[in-house]
Design a protein around this ligand. Structure first.
Ligand SMILES: Nc1nc2c(ncn2[C@@H]2O[C@H](COP(=O)(O)OP(=O)(O)OP(=O)(O)O)[C@@H](O)[C@H]2O)c(=O)[nH]1
Ligand SMILES: [Mg+2]
Length: 325
């Protein structure tokens, strides 16, 4: 990124303070800053993030981060616009980060999404940001985590929407408080999901297009029995996002219930440690892990660090430890 476009450290910190104070109007500029790459931009991002860190706030960012993932065409965007409307009706502010995974999906699909998410542009309690920041195999860019955290400082609900291909389910599980996986009622889709070995990732499973009737009921039944075989109690909800909508209230209720029961401090600390170890491993491979004495040792080391440390600080500690071996 062009250095001339960078704001000063002071301005970056001020953006962070505004977010911490609940000023949603600071969010777009904060996201612009966090999405910039390069060492200098990273330092500015750190100044912003320090202001909304649990160490500074004295608690975790209070908004719920909901990850929503599912295959193309499953009905994610249509469901999202219903979720936004219902959460707004409950006077909750909502931010959406829609992650576009591939160059194949051009600006056209993003525009289509925006049209499908019929959002009132004058409502500053709703922010929708589409970005093409996904990386390899549909995985999320590191900046997505930071953007989500920044938004959770000031929005009640932060939704990260990704197209479920390959890496994205696991990545979303490393940044979201509640992971919602969308399955559409087509037998191929349901089977593929069951076979994909990621059944333990979702906190909530949603079968869309309930209005299609029997095929949706069958999908839900198949998922239930696959979950039962695993001894999993993950709820399966049926929703219809086209009028007359149904099940969307239940989904909101379930998200809020699970979030209320979460030990947020523990969950977020665990996610930061996971993210730190993952980024370390991606860069340094198995050899890097061996330098840390193996994954187990690395996890133990991380668990012994201050729970309020950010994932990048934890990553630096891992780097230093590996270098010292
Ligand atoms: N019958 C029915 N159709 C639905 C429902 N929800 C979505 N659809 C339709 O399914 C198609 C795909 O919906 P989207 O919301 O664009 O799905 P998506 O998961 O966002 O798709 P991508 O953005 O391509 O990944 C559209 O034609 C929708 O109108 C539903 O509840 N019932
Ligand atoms: Mg979509």
């Amino acid at each position: 990124m062009n250095g001339h476009n960078l704001i000063s450290h002071e301005d970056a910190a001020e953006l962070g303070r505004r977010l911490a104070a609940g000023d949603r109007l600071a969010a777009p500029a904060a996201l612009n800053l966090l999405e910039q790459r390069g060492a200098e931009a990273q330092e500015r991002a750190d100044s912003l993030l320090a202001e909304i860190s649990p160490a500074k706030l004295g608690h975790e960012s209070p908004g719920v981060i909901v990850g929503i993932t599912g295959p193309p065409g499953a009905g994610k965007s249509t469901l999202l616009s219903e979720l936004i409307a219902l959460w707004r009706a409950r006077e909750k502010s909502v931010a959406v980060l829609a992650i576009d995974p591939s160059s194949k999906r051009s600006g056209g699909s993003l525009l289509g999404d925006r049209a499908r998410m019929a959002v009132d542009s004058r409502d500053d309690a709703v922010l929708v940001r589409s970005s093409a920041t996904a990386t390899r195999l549909g995985g999320l860019a590191p900046t997505t985590r930071e953007s989500a955290m920044a938004l959770a400082a000031t929005f009640d609900v932060v939704i990260v929407e990704t197209v479920g291909v390959g890496q994205s389910e696991t990545d979303i599980a490393e940044l979201a408080d509640i992971v919602v996986v969308i399955v559409q009622p087509a037998s191929g889709d349901v089977l593929q999901f069951i076979k994909s070995g990621v059944m333990e990732i979702p906190d909530i499973l949603v079968v869309t297009k309930k209005d299609l009737g029997k095929v949706a009921l069958n999908a839900s039944r198949d998922l239930h029995s696959a979950l039962r075989a695993l001894g999993s109690k993950t709820p399966v909800l049926l929703v219809s996002s086209v009028p007359p909508t149904s099940g969307v209230e239940d989904l909101i209720g379930t998200v809020e219930e699970q979030f209320a029961e979460l030990d947020l401090t523990a969950r977020r600390a665990r996610l930061r440690r996971l993210a730190a170890l993952d980024s370390f491993t991606q860069e340094n491979g198995e050899r890097g892990l061996r330098a840390l004495g193996g994954r187990r040792e690395a996890e133990k080391f991380l668990a012994g660090q201050d729970a309020a440390l950010g994932h990048r600080q934890l990553r630096q500690l891992l780097d230093a430890r590996a270098a010292a071996q």
